[in-house]
Structures are given as C-alpha cells and as structure tokens.
Design a protein around this ligand. Structure first.
Ligand SMILES: Cc1cc2nc3c(=O)[nH]c(=O)nc-3n(C[C@H](O)[C@H](O)[C@H](O)COP(=O)(O)OP(=O)(O)OC[C@H]3O[C@@H](n4cnc5c(N)ncnc54)[C@H](O)[C@@H]3O)c2cc1C
Length: 300
C-alpha cells in the first residue's frame, strides 16, 4: 500500500481506524462534503478463557485445555472466527493449527469458500459524506444493518450536500453545483416555512396530534425537492463475510465512482483493523487515478 493511502487512514494504533471527511461551505453558507468519511466504531471482543470449562469436559488424553495456551495472539475478530472453525472439527488438541499459522488457516477458509465462519466477526462504521444515491445502492446489500439520518425527523439545520468527484476540479460544473445546493437549501427552508404556515391555518393533510408528528408532516413534504446529492449519513454494521462481498462488488472498477470511493475507504479501514480477514486484496489503480481492489477469493 502506498504511503499516501496509508496516511489517509488515522487511528490505526487505537484499533479503530478511520478516514475523516472535512465539511466545506459555499459562499452563502450551505455545507457540503467531497469524500466519504468512514469511522470504525465497533469490532469484536472475545472471551477465549471462558471456554476452558468446556474443553475440560473431554477425555484428558485429548489435551484440549491446552488450546488456551497458544503463545501467539491474533486479533479478537480472527480469534473468534478461528475458534468457530475449530469447533467444527473439535480441533483443540496439540495437532490443531496454532495462531502462528493463522494466515494459512484463513487462506484455506477463503480458498475453499467456507466463509460462514467469517460471519461471526462484525464491524460497525459511521459513514458520512455520502449522497442519498450511494446509500440507495448500499442498502441493496441485505446482510448489512443500517441506521440512517431521517429526512422526516431532522430539520434543514443539518442539511448537507455531497459534491461528486467529476464536479470538484471543473470550475463550471463546480459553480453549477454550488448554485444548485444553495438554491436547494433555500427552497427547502422556504417550502418548510410555507408548509408550517398552512399547518397552522389548519390544512387537513398537514395536521397531527403530537409535536413530532407535526414536524414530520412538514419535513416529509419539504424533502421532496432535495436532490440525489443530499448527504445521508448512516451507521452500518456487517460481518466480515458481508463486508468482503460489498468490497468486491463496490470497490470494483465497474461500480459507480462515489460508492467505489466509499467501498475503498471501508476496505482501507477493515484491512488496517484486521489483516488476517482482509489481507488477500490487492489495490489496483484505475486509469482515472482512483482505486479498486481485487482478490483471487471472491465471495467466500
Ligand atoms: C456495478 C453494479 C451495477 C448494478 N446495477 C444495478 C441495476 O441496474 N439495477 C438494480 O436493480 N441493481 C443494480 N445493482 C445492484 C445489484 O443487482 C445487487 O442488488 C447488489 O449489488 C446487492 O448484491 P447481491 O445481489 O450480491 O446481494 P447481497 O444482498 O449483497 O447478498 C450477498 C449474497 O447473498 C446471497 N443472497 C442474498 N439474498 C438472497 C436471496 N434472497 N436469495 C438467494 N441468495 C441471496 C447472494 O449470493 C448474494 O450475492 C448493481 C450493482 C453493481 C455492483
């Protein structure tokens, strides 16, 4: 991995790598972002010692309890998946694969396509600086869990937009983007105000019992004018097998540019957090200077 790409990933030493995305503002104060922010929030912890009593329940000649005396440590996520795989064959005795050979162990898992053991290790991310069109694509991946900013609940105060890479260095397209998001923000606020006025005057379709519902009735109508380039932050959780599939489909040269940038950042953070589970990917630089990844072990 190049020095530049490695430097983009912060917090590796904490075990929770992240790639921040700065917020910019137009001259009129409309906030926007230019790249996907990806922050690893959670990863597995494992209580290996607690399986001691289980191991002691077998014939002492099998020497299963010495499973816990492995001198080498691997990440909790990898340890969890390895334990899960070793439960399948009761591989706890002295002839099992030790942690020092974990790389070979996971290569076998990936090669043979026995990826179900990778489903035990889940990773959660905060992702932002991504547009509603990207999140519409991401939610097609059915093994991920999502919590997304509600355009019905929040007001225009947290409205932000995402500038596509194609517009960023083109003065004409950038100027049009700025003009468009300024107008969208202004019209959103104007329409919301007009809807509130009509709500107060008793227009039936905007009425509701609770205060929150009143606000939702306004915002669910006002959001209709927001463009695809509106930001849509999310917390997303997936297991290692699901994330691998997302990376393979989306950090791929055929994927849409913005979701590819997101998937590539997710890959950078996941591989920094857990080498054993994600070390088979090779970074490919595409003709436009952006990045994709490839692996010989697709869809484990
Ligand atoms: C470059 C690109 C272009 C695309 N273009 C379009 C498009 O034009 N229109 C469009 O609608 N979508 C499009 N998509 C989305 C695509 O069709 C998938 O919906 C999306 O990528 C999710 O991937 P997945 O189908 O592998 O399912 P995931 O939900 O990610 O599931 C992972 C795997 O689990 C298995 N699985 C999950 N659910 C089921 C099930 N119900 N039955 C059987 N097996 C299951 C499958 O093996 C699947 O591959 C595109 C995606 C890409 C990457």
């Amino acid at each position: 991995m190049s020095h530049e790409l490695r430097a983009a990933v912060r917090g590796v030493e904490t075990g929770y790598p992240y790639i921040p995305a700065p917020a910019l503002t137009t001259g009129k104060g409309t906030p926007y972002l230019r790249s996907p922010g990806v922050h690893l929030l959670a990863r597995p912890a494992v209580a290996l010692q607690s399986v001691g009593e289980f191991l002691q329940g077998y014939d002492p000649a099998l020497e299963f309890p010495q499973y816990l005396n492995d001198p080498d440590e691997i990440s909790p996520a990898a340890q969890l998946c390895k334990l899960a795989g070793q439960v399948c064959y009761a591989s706890f005795g002295p002839r099992r694969t030790y942690n020092r050979d974990a790389a070979r162990y996971f290569q076998n898992i990936k090669e043979s396509g026995h990826g179900s053991v990778l489903e035990h290790a889940s990773f959660s991310f905060l992702i932002y600086g991504i547009s509603r069109s990207v999140t519409h694509e991401l939610v097609r991946h059915r093994h991920l869990g999502f919590s997304q900013l509600s355009q019905r609940y929040v007001s225009g105060k947290v409205l932000r937009f995402v500038e596509r890479p194609e517009f960023q260095n083109d003065p004409e397209l950038h100027a049009m983007f700025v003009e468009r998001i300024d107008l969208a923000a202004e019209q959103y606020n104007r329409v919301a105000e007009m809807l509130i006025e009509r709500q107060r005057s008793g227009v039936e379709i905007l009425s509701a019992e609770a205060r929150t519902d009143l606000r939702k009735k306004v915002q669910q109508a006002a959001r209709a004018l927001l463009p695809n380039e509106t930001e849509a932050p999310m917390v997303v959780t997936g297991n290692a097998r699901a994330w691998r599939h997302v990376i393979e489909m989306r950090a791929n040269e055929h994927a849409e540019t913005e979701i590819r940038a997101l998937a590539f950042n997710l890959y950078l953070c996941l591989s920094a957090a857990d080498d054993l589970l994600f070390n088979d990917y090779e970074i490919v630089t595409l003709p436009d200077g952006t990045h994709a990844v490839e692996t010989p072990y697709r869809k484990v």
